[in-house]
Design a protein around this ligand. Sequence first.
Ligand SMILES: Cc1cc2nc3c(=O)[nH]c(=O)nc-3n(C[C@H](O)[C@H](O)[C@H](O)COP(=O)(O)O)c2cc1C
Length: 318
Amino acid sequence: MLKTKLTELLGIEYPIFQGGMSWIADAKLAAAVSEGGGLGIIAASNAPVEVVREMVRETKSLTDKPFGVNIMLMSDNAPAVAQMVIDEQVAVVTTGAGNPGKYIEGWKAAGIKVIPVVPTVALARRMERAGADAVIAEGTEAGGHIGELTTMALVPQVADAVNIPVIAAGGIADARGVSAALMLGAEGVQLGTIFICAQESPAHPDYKQLVLDAKDTDTVVTGRANGHPVRSLKNKFTRRILEMEKADAGFEAIENATVGSYRKAVQDGNMEEGTFMSGQIAGMVKEIQPAAKIVGDLMASTEEYLKTFTEKRGITLG
Ligand SMILES: Cc1cc2nc3c(=O)[nH]c(=O)nc-3n(C[C@H](O)[C@H](O)[C@H](O)COP(=O)(O)O)c2cc1C
């Protein structure tokens, strides 16, 4: 059984997180992942706090195992959700898009494990000093809002810089990816793109099909011009946004064109106006499977891979 400092810290069976994903990471998906031995994470996104509270309660009704809530710090609901996770005694909080420093003391006092997503060594260090229990080092390969550094370059540098466990995210979807993350110094992994295609994921069937059909070069980054880069699958809509960026259409025009486009992808599968956020690893996702099977198979294959890879790959040592 593969155990790391992270499984010990959180009392979970496997060192695998299902990343918070706006509109997708709901109670059913998070509970299925936690039941499968990983850590399911509900995405608070921009939802009203009472909606997120309901998701927390529903998850608790579906599993006794630990799960987390992901808070998007730039969202208007962040202060209310930050208090709600204390009131509802959520086990783990992950944060995206910013610095959760001002909330950390309150969460820690409530016994919540705090795990910010970081795109750089500097933020990882700052989070450790502020009292974070671990950090998720997310590379630019990931789907959704991204930083500049690759997982390969970021994870070992963060692992060297902090003494708390590091979770690697971005571009991981099989035993080789998990093994590589462990070798780079991570104590666990966070996966997003593969869980878009979990059976329990509420993503529109056409969204799932786009991920299943994607090849290695099918994602693109929009929003660099606005300072909010987002990785999603190439389509007519991303082409239009990139053209606007090239033509210097301006912050507001681009914001207006993109607002609501991700919801249109997740709920309606709208090919004309949808932003289908996805990571570069989509090319490796080929099946819709139950979330617990994704987690279980990944762990079993990683254990096998770590035990046998030198022999199987014909690598000789010494
Ligand atoms: C569709 C989608 C939505 C996402 N939404 C969020 C979010 O709301 N908050 C967050 O912190 N990260 C978000 N992420 C990032 C994931 O939590 C995770 O770190 C990332 O997907 C891992 O990389 P991968 O896509 O290569 O598996 C999202 C990713 C995807 C693909």
